[in-house]
Each structure stands twice: as structure tokens, then as C-alpha cells.
Unconditional design. Sequence first.
Length: 625
Amino acid sequence: MDIIDVSIIAIYILLTLFVGIWISKKASKGLKSYFLGGNDIKWYYLGLSNGSGMFDISGTAWMVGILFLYGAKSFMFMWLWPIWNQVFVMIFLAIWIRRSNIMTGSEWILTRFGDDRAGRASHSIVAVFAVVSTIGFIAYFFEGTGKFLTVILPWDLTLQLGELVLLTSEQAYALVIILLTTLYTIKGGMFSVVATEVLQFGIMVITGILVAGYAFYSVADLQLQGIITPEWKSILFGAELEPVWGDKFAAFNRLIDTEGYKMFGAFIGMTLFKGFFASIAGPVPSYDFQRILSTRTVKEAAYMSGFTNLVLYIPRYLLIAGVVVIALVAMGPEMNADPNLNGGSLEVILPKVINNHIPVGIKGLLLAGLLAAFMSTFSAFVNSGPAYIVNDIYKKYFKPNASPSHYIKASQLASCLVVVLGVCMGFFADSINSLTLWITSALYGGYVAANFLKWVWWRFNGWGYFWGMLAGLLIATLNFLLDQNKASFEAGTLLYELTNVHAIYLFPLILGFSLLGSILGTYFTQPTKPEVLQAFYKSVKPWGWWQPVVAQIQQTQPNFKKNTEFWSDMLNCLVGMVWQSSMILLPIYLLVRDYPKMLIAFAIFIVTTTILKFTWLDKVRQIPN
């Protein structure tokens, strides 16, 4: 690496550490200050911070690989997460969540089920889920960052004792970055996280524009036309994927056949099925949830969530599409000729492009931007997960009357513990893709049923929530353990067949177990106390099957009205999904020089933005502060 690039990266790291530690003194006032910024941070800063947290390095490397291989249709692969849960949050969930005026998603559960044994059981299981998912994401970042930095940086950091390898170079690089990020995150809590993430988001936007500009002017139109096909640029599909690549690149078509997405219609159907329930279930108890609870008012929670959608996708896909355009021309023929081409080859496209095909200066900024992407997402999780350990377990059940400084020290210790456990899990993960599929299809699959029902069904109680979540977590963990040991199962056995089913197709099974636990747990126990349900509904006012509770409220408040906005919210969500997709496709079509499709995407963006202005934004403005 050139000294200019090394200097840019060093300046970025020092600046981030300085900002994070300098602002950390604001976090010393108590848990609310440490984890929520004292509800005093402006919504647009929280929106930038939230967008920065979603701009992670592992996800970016994965998106580069699938855009390279599948073309424009790859934007639908993001529905695995599903990314449009952010639209559901923006339209109605941020408002519902922020009305609770509490600190964590686990504490929020007590407002729904009460503070009796059933409520505390549901409260505890959410805290466990939050910690487990945080550990899983830290492992995901550990795996992705190590792969990325090993390809980019020239130094071998392998640690050996004789013939025994104690640390590979990938693991050593990941540990260094994780230690630096953990330092300011633990020191300053939400204030340091938001301040550094706003700085990091600015770097990532500049990086995306520079990479896109370099790709646009260094790759000629004719070079692209000789590689990508009309099918690569098309977002239309049938039951099966048509050949995406021409005869010159037949190896890529063969790779697609082995990836498990050939039955594309069934795959998209399953992602839509899962995505609808997962989106209404709401954000998992993580950094996104914390950003909503950190806003100053209910109205600002909605603004923050909408702003996150608006600022994230175009700069992120300028970077992704720019890298892919360079890779198509510079690496496509070489990868096509590789006899060992596999899914893992896609994960290193991003670092190889940076290492070999990005000029001095831009390379340093791009590396700084991607390090920023990692550090911002990592710090967001390290800030959110320990809140559940300290506020929802330690403070509530073990030491309820300690001083603010004691709780902040406990939070710092919990953060260290979560990081250590996540890193340990990362040592045993075999790829970014395996962790992605476990988190999106298994772990989140276990979360969906209970959290969908909690919004829409009055009879659903704390024990139903506890058993539904527990069943989902157990089946998700079993799925992960089987997947990690699938090489040991004999062909033809049931376990072998189960471990070779694509993770997304196991979602109905996981959902079914979780639903069964939810329903049995609900009907074999007493309903939640009427006064708890009435207080919850008057505060949050979700739509769904709440008529018995509404009728009870109307006995004392005859003018009280039920929420009847389900269809208008769903219509806004559908418009929002199209709006979000247009912001992904716009930079892709710009970079591959398909100007007619680019203009269509831009026109759709303008039309959907205008619709949402009248159907969503104007309605949010009427919410009292």
C-alpha cells in the first residue's frame, strides 16, 4: 500500500478514536444517558447514525458478490433480511414503539404483558434473544472483517507457537479493529456511537461517490456491453432463473445452478412470506430499536426512520455498483476460467478490486470508508446488546438500587463480555454466508411468530410469548449446529437432507414451531390483566384483533376509537417498498449505463416520494409532540 493510503487510514482511525473518547464524558449521568443519549440527540443525527450502522462491511462484501453474479435481480436477495422492514418501521412501528417511553425492547415487553410472572418470563426471553443475536452479529463482523483486511493489507499477522497456529492473519486483523472500536464504544455509550457514526457516514458517502465516479470514467461502455447481458440487467423473472450470463461466461451460470436460488420464483415467494411477518414483528431488540427509543418525541421517531431509508441506499449502492463494474471488466474473465470457482470466490471480490484496481488516494479513502462501515455497525451492536444485560437482568433482578456510576461500570463490563463471546463464536464460523443465513433465516425466524402476535392479538399473553420465543430460539440454534456439522452426516439420512435444504426454506418449519409454542402457551395460561391491556392499547394503539379491549376502554371513554388504519398502512408500506427498491436500482443502472432503466427508476423514486409525502409525512406532522 502507498504511504498516502496508509496515512488516510491512520488519520481516520485517530480521528474516530478522538471524537469517540472526547464526547464520552456526556455518557456519565446514568443508564439513560449511556444507552439512549438522554433522549437529547436530534433525529437527523440518529437517522445518519442508524444508516451508518446498516452500512456494514460483511454485508457490503456479500452484496458486491451477489450483484456481480445475479445482476439487477440481486436487489431482491436483500429481502432475506428483509431490508424493507425499515419501511414498516417508518410507516407505523416507530410510532408504536416510541410511545412506550422506555429504555430497551425487553423493558417495552412489560408494558404489553405486565410485571407479573408471565410478564417477567417474556421480559427475560427478549433479553436473552437480544444478547444471543448481538453475539451472532459480532461473529458475523469478525468473519467478514478478517477476510476483507487480509486480502487488502500487506502484513502477515499470523501468530504461531512452533507448528501450532494460535491466530491466523484474518483473526488477528479482526481482533485489532474490534479492540479499537470497543475502546470508544464502551467509554462513551450512545453519545460516542452516534458522534462517530455521523463522521463515518460522511466518509462512506464520499467514498461511494468517488468509487462510482472512478468506475464510470475508467470503464468504457463497450467493455461492459461485451460482458453483461440483457438478462443481467433485467429485474423480471419466472419460476426459474433464465441464464444470466452469455456463453463466454458459462462458469458463472454453472455457479448459479449450485447456489440454491435457481427456483427463483419459489425463493422470492418465500422471502415475501417471511418478510411480511418479520416486518410486522418489528425491529429485533438491537441498535435500530435503540435509535427509535433514543429520539426525543414520537414524531421524531418516525422522521428518523424515514430519513434512514432516504440517506442509506443510494450512496451504498454507488459504492457496490462501482466495485462490481470494475470487477466485471478486470476480474470477470479470470474468475470464469478458475476451475475452483465457488460461492466463497464472490466474498473476496470487494477486497481484490480495492487491492488491485483502485488508484492511490481513492484506495485509502475506500478502505477508511469500509473500516468506518465495520466500526459503526459493530459499535451500534456493542452499545445495544449490553443494555439488556444491565437494565433488564442485572438491575431488575439483582441490584435495583445501585448508583448511576455502578450501572455504567456494569455496562462496560457487559460490553466486554458480549464482545469476547461474539469473537469466540466467530472463530468457529466457516463463512460470511453461513452466518448470514443463520441470522436471517434461522435466528430471526424464531423471533417472528411471538413478536407478530404481540401487536395484533389481545389474548396473546406473557407465557405465550415466552414459549413461542423459546421454541423459536431452540429450533434456530439446533438448525445452526446441524449446519455446522453437516459434513459428518451420511447421504440419504434425514439429518443429511435437512442440512442440505436452503435455510430460507426452513423458515416455515421454524415459524410453525414458534407459533405452536405461542398458541399453546397462551391457551394453557390466564390472559393478561385487563388493566395492563387497556393501558397498553391506549398508549400504543396498534391495529389487529383488539375489540374486547377497545370495548372495555369505551365503557369509561365512550369516544375512544379503535385503530382502523391497517389497509392505509399496508398501502403505504407497499409504496415504500417500491420507493426503497428504486433507490437501489437507480445507482446500479447508472453505473452499467442503462440510461432508459435508470430514468424509469428515477421517475418511480419521484412518484413514490410524492405519494409518501401526502399519505405518510403529512400525517406524521399532525402527531402532537
